[in-house]
Structure formats: structure tokens, C-alpha cells
Design a protein around this ligand. Structure first.
Ligand code: ATP
Ligand code: MG
Length: 556
């Protein structure tokens, strides 16, 4: 567990009342669950639900189950099950031995359905989906199904035959007999079982009838002894149905459903269906593409579990729907990395810098701090010689206002080494600057001139002799529109410039041994990490996790 305590929210207020003397849960242990459907990878919205489910259990010293909600046989996959487990563990949560599959309860659910029929509370209906829709369609009381008053024994027999595979798909359903006049459409005799001859990833061909979500979910909770079933707001109108099932079958416990607002973030989409579309149409490089809002994408991008948990804590839990700025997620990452990242120097768009008064065969070693926020992280050595690289942006032949970097006649500090004065530049036939010339001040070792004169600019650099090549990937938002769902199709707003790859970067020699787990601050350039899929010893690949300053650009 994380050791952090979640702030009090309205769910906890309800729990406090229920746990108090005389309350519904007096003397009970809080028991929650996280119930993903294994039909895609988890995204940052799920992180909020995980934070609420596991974080609440942790706050109350309770327990939280991980349950694969795999009652729908069409889309589930073992690959997703494993990815979901990995992501939750990575976030810092542990279900211990409480890992379940809803499909393990198919037998029990079937029994509860039979119980409803026996009580006269469910019937086998032979209307097609379309006929049902027509009859259920408007605000006024819908027409009754002609099968609503079918004798109990007949329904029992037909339901048994449905189970045995005697009828084709779509010909029969089992429906709860509730209230056709209800203002809540969910209560108008909802379907609770349907016929489907699909293969199921766990129960294989054993079943050809499958329970609907609204029937299955409360029973899964009740079977597991869940005290509080926390879910997002779209299930609010389903709660009366949730309660109805719990009350009308001999369920072993009576969980309570409490809804909270979903997380929405601008400039991205949080829907497994849409994320799957991006993957399947090869519009991104997989579920863990660093531009994806999936937990595996964020991890590959360089997000830390702590940054994501802090984000979830700070956006809070309420019943009001809202959209959080993508920039706020970045802010939470920056805050963590500012404390923890190792500082290094890397030149992303290299330009030669030659120190004309430095001897060709001389080499010096300078000690540079690894993290000004953490002295205990120590120092590292960087080499210095006559031929260096600086970033193209750090030289201008004709300076603009407030430009304190290199231009002819100006002095800058090369981080941790010497002060140098620009004396000119060399151009190619097309007038492009290909080399900058400068003289160093031997009396400025470590970066401070002996006579105490002020040097306004400090720039980063690498030694051309020892530096190593690297590829660096810079990321922009995946969508150009704050709400990609405004138009007809969210794909219209896919940002063609969401990935910028720089192939010829030069990074300081120490990064030869870069650690995949380590986060780095490339001085003045942002926070970076090795790409977990594409980086090799022969070819280093870094991802920019986030820029240094809050400069989130929605529009590109
Ligand atoms: P999607 O719409 O992305 O497919 P889902 O709700 O179908 O998501 P599930 O696997 O059913 O995905 O979700 C598991 C749990 O995560 C549910 O309890 C759901 O309420 C919660 N959840 C999903 N998306 C969000 C979100 N954006 N914010 C908060 N909770 C979410
Ligand atoms: Mg769902």
C-alpha cells in the first residue's frame, strides 16, 4: 500500500455515518472493489477510480478486491487482464489474494435468476430487441410484453432450455418484472439474460446465456461481501435497479452503491473504445504509446506513480462533472521530478562550439551536482575540451532584445566549467551557421570569473570527444481541440505534430549507463526518461516526459 492517506470526501462522510454506532456497517470492515472490464488497457480515468477504491479501503484499514468484470464474452482478452494487473501494481496498490473474475459466478448468477423466476419476478420474453425498443420507447407507460404474465413453470422450463442452447441468439431473453410505468427506464422490465454463442475467454463454450451488466454487477458485489460499491456517475440512474436485485434475491450481503464524477481531461479522450480505435487503426504506436492517456503510455512517457496519485488526490472526489486541464497533470509530474530527477546535460539540436584559445590536446574534468534539491545525490564528472556542442538556440548572430546567450562579443557561462566570450561564427555556402567560435577565460574555472564580473547567461553544453549520440522524442498533445468530441468524429482533431523525433542529439557520456527506471532533467530542456521499448545500448532513445515550465500548448 502507498502509506498516503486520502483526504476526506463525501463518500467518506457517508461511510463515517454508516460505521458509527447504530449505522448500517457498525463493526464491519470497509470492503471495496475495482471492477474493470478486460476489454482494453487502463487509462488515467481508471487511475482515479483505483485511487478512490483502493485509497478509501486503505484510509479505513479495509480491503479492496480486484475483479475482472468479464460477463460480456465478445471482447475480453487475457492480454488485457495481465496489463490491468501490471498497471495497478505499478500505481502502488495491492489486492493481495483478492483477485476475482465475475465469470466465476456464472453458476450462482444463474441460480439467482431462477430464484427471481420462481418468485414471479422474472419471465422469459420472446420479443426481438427491436420490438422491445418500440414498446419501451417513450415517457408514457409502454405496452406490455405479451409474455409478461407467462406462467412461472413455463419460464423456468424455457430458461433452462435457453441455457442448454435450444434457441438461436436473439430469440429469447430473461427479463426482470419490475415496473413498466417507472419514470426510470432502467426499471421497465430490463433484460437480465441474453443468448450468445460467443466463446468466453475463461468459461469457453460452457455458457450460451450471459447475464447483463445491471444484473451481474450488484450480485458480484454481494457475493464478494463488498460494503461500498464505488463507481462513476453514469451508474446513478441504475442504482434503483442495483438495489432491486440485491433486495429480491437471497444475496449473501447488501452492498451500497455510491457514485462519483468521472475524470475528464482536455486535449485527450478517456474511453477505452476510442483508445482501442487509435491502436487498431495504427494512429499511435500501441496502447503504451507515450502520447496515450493510458497508464502504460504515461509510464513509458516517464510519469511516476507518485505523480499520478498526487494528481488524483488533488483533483478531489465529488459528484460534479468537470474537465481537468491536461496542464495540471503535467504540473503534478513536474513537481515530483523537480525533487527526484538527476540533472544532466544534453544538446538536442547540436551546433559546434570551438574554444579557439584552448589547447587542442588539453582535457579537463569538472564536477557537477546531480540534483541541487538533494545534496545526497552527489556529483558527477563531465569532461571539457576545445570542441564542444551547444544547442542551436543558444547562438544568434544578431541578438534580439533580452537575449543573454551567445552572440558576437557576448559572454556566457558554460554550466559548471568556464566563462566564454563569443568571437564569431563559421558559415557554410548556404549561409547557415555551422560553428561558433569563442575564447574562454582561464580565470573563471567552475563558471565564476575571478574579478567578480557579472555573467547573465548560463548555457548547457557537451564535450564533442566524450558525448554520445541519442534519439530524443518530444511530444505535443494528441489532439488539437480541447474537447475532441465536439465534432462528428474525434479523429478529425488528431494532432499531426504530436510527435517530433530528433535523431542527432548529443548527450553527456555518463548517460551511457542510463537506467531505465531513472528520471533525468536535461538542463533547460525538460524531464526525460529512456524509452522502455525502443532504447538499446547501441542506440539510446529518450522521451521528453514534460517540459520544465508550465508551457502547455493546446493548439499546435
Ligand atoms: P471506458 O468508458 O473507458 O470504456 P469503462 O467505464 O467502460 O470505461 P470499466 O472497465 O468498466 O471501464 O471501468 C472500471 C471502473 O473504472 C468503473 O467503476 C468505472 O466507473 C471507472 N472509470 C472508468 N472511466 C473512468 C473515468 N474517466 N473516471 C473515473 N472512473 C472511471
Ligand atoms: Mg464499462
Amino acid at each position: 500500500m502507498t502509506g498516503e492517506t486520502m483526504s476526506q470526501n463525501f463518500i467518506h462522510d457517508i461511510m463515517d455515518e454508516e460505521l458509527a454506532v447504530g449505522g448500517r456497517c457498525e463493526g464491519k470492515q470497509v470492503h471495496t472493489r475495482f471492477p474493470p472490464e478486460p476489454n482494453g488497457f487502463l487509462h488515467i480515468g481508471h487511475a482515479k477510480a483505483i485511487y478512490v477504491d483502493f485509497g478509501t479501503a486503505e484510509k479505513y484499514r479495509g480491503i479492496c478486491n480486484l475483479r475482472m468484470d468479464d460477463t460480456n464474452p465478445t471482447k475480453e482478452d487475457e492480454l488485457y487482464v495481465n496489463a490491468i494487473k501490471e498497471d495497478i501494481k505499478w500505481l502502488g496498490y495491492d489486492w493481495k489474494d483478492r483477485f476475482y473474475f465475475a465469470s466465476d459466478y456464472f453458476e450462482k448468477m444463474y441460480g439467482y435468476a431462477v430464484e427471481l423466476i420462481q418468485k414471479g419476478l422474472a419471465y422469459v420474453c420472446e420479443l426481438s430487441a427491436e420490438e422491445m425498443r418500440e414498446k419501451r420507447g417513450d415517457i408514457s407507460k409502454p405496452a406490455e410484453s405479451p409474455y409478461r404474465d407467462r406462467p412461472i413453470d413455463e419460464s423456468l422450463e424455457l430458461f433452462e432450455k435457453m441455457k442448454q442452447g435450444a434457441f438461436p441468439e436473439g430469440t429469447m431473453t430473461l427479463r426482470a418484472k419490475i415496473d413498466l410505468a417507472s419514470g426510470n427506464f432502467n426499471m421497465r422490465d430490463p433484460v437480465i439474460y441474453r443468448i450468445s454463442f460467443m466463446y468466453h475467454h475463461r468459461s469457453a463454450d460452457k455458457w450460451c446465456i450471459y447475464p447483463m451488466y445491471d444484473f451481474a454487477h450488484p450480485l458480484e458485489d454481494a457475493i464478494e461481501g463488498i460494503t461500498h460499491s464505488l463507481c462513476s456517475l453514469e451508474f446513478e440512474a441504475h442504482r434503483p435497479l442495483y438495489d432491486w436485485f440485491i433486495q429480491n434475491v437471497s444475496a449473501p450481503s447488501k452492498p451500497r452503491q455510491i457514485e462519483f464524477a468521472r475524470l475528464n481531461i482536455n486535449y485527450t479522450v478517456l474511453s477505452k473504445r476510442k483508445l482501442r480505435q487509435l491502436v487498431e487503426e495504427n494512429l499511435v504506436a500501441g496502447w503504451d504509446d507515450p502520447r496515450m492517456p493510458t497508464l502504460s503510455g504515461l509510464r513509458r512517457r516517464g510519469y511516476t506513480p507518485l505523480a499520478i496519485r498526487n494528481f488524483c488526490e488533488r483533483i478531489g472526489v465529488s459528484k460534479a462533472d468537470s474537465t481537468v486541464e491536461y496542464g495540471f497533470l503535467e504540473h503534478c509530474l513536474r513537481e515530483d521530478l523537480n525533487q527526484s530527477a538527476t540533472r544532466v546535460m544534453a544538446v538536442l539540436r547540436p551546433l559546434k562550439l570551438t574554444i579557439t584559445n584552448y589547447s587542442e590536446d588539453k582535457e579537463e574534468i569538472f564536477e557537477v551536482e546531480n540534483n541541487p534539491n538533494r545534496e545526497e545525490d552527489g556529483k558527477r564528472n563531465v569532461t571539457f575540451s576545445k570542441h564542444l556542442y551547444i544547442d542551436q538556440d543558444d547562438f544568434l548572430e544578431e541578438p534580439v532584445k533580452k537575449y543573454f546567450r551567445l552572440f558576437p562579443g557576448n559572454e556566457v557561462r558554460l554550466k559548471g566549467s568556464y566563462v566564454v566570450k563569443c568571437t564569431g561564427c563559421v558559415k557554410d555556402d548556404d549561409c547557415n551557421v555551422v560553428e561558433v567560435l569563442a575564447e574562454y577565460d582561464p580565470e573563471s574555472k567552475g563558471g565564476n570569473p575571478a574579478d567578480g564580473r557579472k555573467i547573465k547567461g548560463t548555457i548547457h553544453w557537451v564535450d564533442s570527444k566524450s558525448c554520445i549520440p541519442a534519439e530524443v522524442r518530444l511530444y505535443n498533445p494528441l489532439f488539437t481541440e480541447a474537447d475532441p468530441d465536439t465534432g462528428k468524429n474525434f479523429l478529425e482533431y488528431l494532432n499531426p505534430d504530436s510527435l517530433e523525433t530528433l535523431h542527432d542529439c548529443k548527450v553527456e557520456a555518463g548517460l551511457m549507463n542510463a537506467d531505465a527506471q531513472q528520471r533525468y532533467q536535461f538542463m533547460r530542456m525538460g524531464y526525460f526518461c529512456l524509452d522502455s521499448s525502443d532504447s538499446t545500448n547501441e542506440k539510446l532513445v529518450f522521451n521528453r516526459s514534460v517540459t520544465l515550465k508550465d508551457g502547455f500548448k493546446g493548439k499546435s
